[in-house]
Write a protein that binds this ligand. Sequence first.
Ligand SMILES: [Zn+2]
Length: 457
Amino acid sequence: MKKIFALLLFIAARGFSATVDIVIKNGTVLTMAGPNIANGGVAIDQGAIVAVGDVSGYKGRTTIDATGDAVLPGFVNTHTHVAMVLFRGIADDRELMDWLQHFIFPAEAKNVTADFVTSGMRLGAAEMIQSGTTTFTDMYYFEDQVAEEAKRAGLRGVVGETLIDFPAPDNKTWDGAVSYIRTFVKKWQGDPMITPALAPHSPYLVSREHLQATRKLADELHAPILIHVSETRAELQQVAEKQSGLLPGLYLDSIGFLGHDVVAAHGVWLSPEEIRLFAQKGVGVAHCPESNMMLASGMAPVADMLRGGINVGLGTDGPAGSNNNLDMVEEMASAARLQKIKMMDPTALSARKVLEMATIGGARVLSLDKKIGTLEVGKRADIVIINLQQAKTQPVYAVESSIVYAASGSSVLTTICDGKILMRDRKVLTVDVPAAIAKAKQLRDQVEKSLQYHPGS
Ligand SMILES: [Zn+2]
């Protein structure tokens, strides 16, 4: 009798398959937490990863066959200004001051409204989903609209409302911006997809007093801080002139601003002393190689930062005049290639390393690494599937190389965020892409009319 019971149990166990929301199978799985898994899969239920590798015991309500494809964590963009997609190409190949004073500032003053930001975010969300980004980090105006639109598109966002020492499109005064932030943070804090943040522009466009006030506010609200730091040599000069010769990172430390909740974008000109300081204080860096090249800002010491123990992620920066897209696959290729040329060493930054930076590295920068960044049981299911069966990605010897150096954002087939399919087989499911594009074209004409100078003149 006992034997028969054991046999029945054995049969039951063998035949048992748990039904879950999604099963991805037959792919090359890059968990980014250990070795890659050939011919493996991921099982997803209620937004979380429930199995990685062998998923034969799971039956999906939706099944995705990833034969010949790579399955990996969704990309984490650690620095951008998404709504600026609507200014994409407005005035490229110009000096920074010409670009800012004749195009960006007037264009923003005359056009940036809550509706404009909604339209920009909608177009940008489509672009991010199409190129495999599942988490983005934004610094702009009307961030309440950015958060609303991100939720609608199903994206995860660290969403930072800008604080700057001149009248902004949404808040004309410092006090206005602070009160906006209080309401904004209270509204979004605790949301599973949105982390509200404070985004003082930079150590040269925000005064010492206001930077200190921002630090206090961040401590009080328990919200992270996003800021541009050490981007250009001009910034070093401006900060040094006003702050007794200090470098931007040292200056920020001297006023008690730095902490593990700070995400510093760029860090192009960080000194060895600042690298040690950032590592010690847990300041994360968002490396934006394409922006740094496009604006001729310089080459960030990424290899030194990583060796020094800083958490470094990748960012596209804004899509107007400094990139001009939100494609993280392209950003990875640029990061690897730029560091090789900076160090004159082809081993300086490998495909595997930039893939880490674009996933778990970025998650660490944003303090979201317990939740996302790798494919591990218990983490939220932020996953992309990349087509490696294209002419440009075949044959495959090393999957990381194929993704970073041969594929592109448009090789992303399927994008899943928090267990929700946002794009399947290149079809975006959460954004009306043709409508977003039509709106962008209409706004482009409005922006051009509003300019005193015209693109091409
Ligand atoms: Zn930026």
